[in-house]
Design a protein around this ligand. Structure first.
Ligand code: GAL
Length: 436
């Protein structure tokens, strides 16, 4: 039986999590520590919107079951994809004032903190818990350096997902699963002609990551997984005709994405799809919580999804991790938190609500029933697709390069010129490779 995310929240969240414990009886448990001494734990993330907060609360509730003496202090900084949080964290780290633990993303983002010498090696937790065997090998590769681990992953997000309002698509007569980018652009045109918003997105300069997310999907959909991976390796050719074509695809799609005034966060954008004002959104699967938790919609009836056009068989992923910063004020509490994040119980309590899958090598048949219809699809895709890493969510580009690309997105918002966008992307890549 599949339980809904809503039921799961009620069972697992705030009433001591008994439903969760019995459901995961065979799983590893996070350990209690600190010998009963009262302490606190500052948890720094950007999880404040949509289902993010509920997911963090579910993880916190499970953590406090095992660690009743540790007061959880939520130091989240609002802003999708961590745009504000990353800047705030940089200030704190520079001032020698780290939180006890902070959210980072597997890949280049964690790599930046390792290079800056800001993280403690947590390999001992991997050895104690056998995580180097039970976690997914693709994720493990991204969080180690020189054979040592520097963070603990809590989820795997699916980035290349096209979400749709099924009722609106059916009414207009457009597919919820356009297979190619040209087919998608035709569908967008039909929705526009019918007087609805084709693609929901924010065009606010503070939300450029939403554009970058769509551009990422168009690049993967046009270049394929190998072509995408080559863009992040030495010798990358950002001036190629294939990149030109991908950016033209992006431009065509954006011509059908009017945006709305004001600073719309990703979940407010999702609400436009949920409520049937807009037909489609290209967004990571955290957005599914908006459909299920916030709007109580039914999969394949009210809303639908598929791999973003041109990317069937490819899983573009990101993985949120937690860290032990050097100088963390409550180091023992952080270690207890990281034990929770790496445990099957902790990961299940979090991912089932967040709209993500656990970063472990195996998800058993019983455990699988905790996940809703969409997440079971994502689990299947993860098992069979070609895996590529996300730009927008920390995997393939270090922060400096990512910021240059975001600046290029901001300029595109103003001039709507795909040729200028390509020149800026060529320059950003050249700058990155010259500096490394
Ligand atoms: C991503 C992150 C997700 C989700 C999203 C929107 O970067 O991996 O966990 O929070 O941003 O804020």
């Amino acid at each position: 039986m599949t339980i809904s995310r809503r039921t799961f929240l009620a069972a697992a969240g705030f009433t001591a999590g008994t439903g969760l414990l019995s459901a995961c009886g065979s799983g590893t448990q996070a350990t209690t520590g600190l010998n009963g001494v009262k302490t606190s734990l500052q948890v720094f993330s950007w999880w404040t919107a949509g289902g993010e907060l509920q997911a963090l609360d579910a993880l916190k509730a499970n953590f406090n079951l095992h660690n009743p003496n540790i007061e959880f202090i939520n130091e989240a900084v609002a802003g999708g994809a961590g745009t504000n949080a990353k800047a705030e964290l940089a200030k704190r780290l520079a001032a020698g004032n780290p939180p006890d633990t902070f959210q980072a993303q597997a890949g280049q983002m964690v790599g930046d903190y390792i290079t800056a010498g800001q993280l403690e090696d947590v390999t001992f937790l991997y050895q104690q818990n056998g995580w180097d065997k039970t976690f997914n090998q693709d994720v493990l590769k991204l969080i180690q350096r020189d054979g040592k681990y520097y963070s603990v992953p809590v989820d795997i997000h699916h980035i290349n997902v096209l979400w749709s309002n099924k009722r609106l698509c059916d009414k207009v007569g457009v597919p919820t699963n356009p297979q190619t980018i040209p087919e998608f652009i035709t569908a967008l045109g039909k929705v526009q002609a019918a007087g609805h918003i084709p693609l929901a997105i924010s065009r606010d300069p503070s939300e450029t990551w939403q554009l970058q997310h769509v551009m990422e999907a168009m690049l993967i959909g046009t270049l394929g997984p190998e072509g995408w991976a080559a863009l992040w390796a030495p010798g990358a050719d950002w001036s190629s005709p294939q990149v030109t074509q991908a950016l033209n695809h992006f431009h065509q799609v954006m011509l059908h994405a009017p945006g709305t005034g004001g600073n719309m966060t990703w979940d407010q954008v999702s609400a436009q799809v949920a409520q049937g004002t807009a037909a489609y959104q290209i967004m990571g699967d955290w957005t599914e919580a908006s459909f299920t938790v916030t709007f109580n919609l039914q999969p394949h009836v009210d809303y639908d999804w598929c791999a973003s056009p041109g990317t069937t068989g490819v899983f573009d992923f990101a993985s949120d991790c937690f860290t032990l910063p050097k100088g963390a004020p409550h180091r023992d509490a952080t270690i207890a938190w990281l034990s929770e994040c790496g445990s099957q119980e902790g990961q299940d309590s979090f991912t089932t609500v967040k709209g993500a899958i656990p970063p472990r090598a195996q998800v058993g048949a019983q455990e699988r029933t905790l996940f809703d219809t969409y997440l079971q699809w994502s689990l299947d895709e993860w098992g069979k697709d070609k895996i590529v890493g996300s730009l927008t969510h920390g995997v393939v580009a270090p922060g400096a390069w990512n910021n240059d690309i975001l600046t290029a997105m901001g300029n595109y918002l103003t001039d709507s010129d795909p040729a200028k966008l390509q020149s800026s992307l060529v320059a950003a890549a050249a700058k990155h490779f010259a500096a490394t």
